[in-house]
Design a protein around this ligand. Sequence first.
Ligand code: SF4
Length: 171
Amino acid sequence: MSDPFRNLGALYQKVQVHSDRVMDTYAGKFKCRKGCSDCCSSDRSVSAVEYANVARVLAELPEKKLARLKSQPRSKKRCSMLLDGNCAVYEARPLICRGHGLPLVLERSKGRQMVDVCPLNFTDGSLATVPREDLLAQGTVDSILVAVNALYCQEEGGDPRKRRQVAELLE
Ligand code: SF4
């Protein structure tokens, strides 16, 4: 039987390769570091394939860690998957989290695009000089995720339009 998460894994891998290359190329411009969770300021809403993937990794957590995650108070200002300042489901973190800190090109209305980055990074004003190939095209990766999710729902069952909060997995 084929791995239901194979396409999601391939997409994550592509984003990881891009991320590693950009972080390496612009090493001095990033303040991103282990323990910084400024981007994790709210719960994430995800499609079926990412929800199931987070569920899979949560199920593999040591019992005590899962119990601590479930028992910590919820906050509207913090993702429920954060534990001691780290993502408890890091290997399964959703696509949106994988762009944290990277220079992004975002689709806006009427076909407009904007370039954005975490305000802690590229503080020397050099964001405008970053070439197109070093920007993560958020609209493109989101479109690929829509296709990956549709295929997952076709194979595994589920509504491809439905989104859920990952925090529901802790209930
Ligand atoms: S899922 Fe993990 S990386 Fe994403 S916002 Fe929550 S804690 Fe942060």
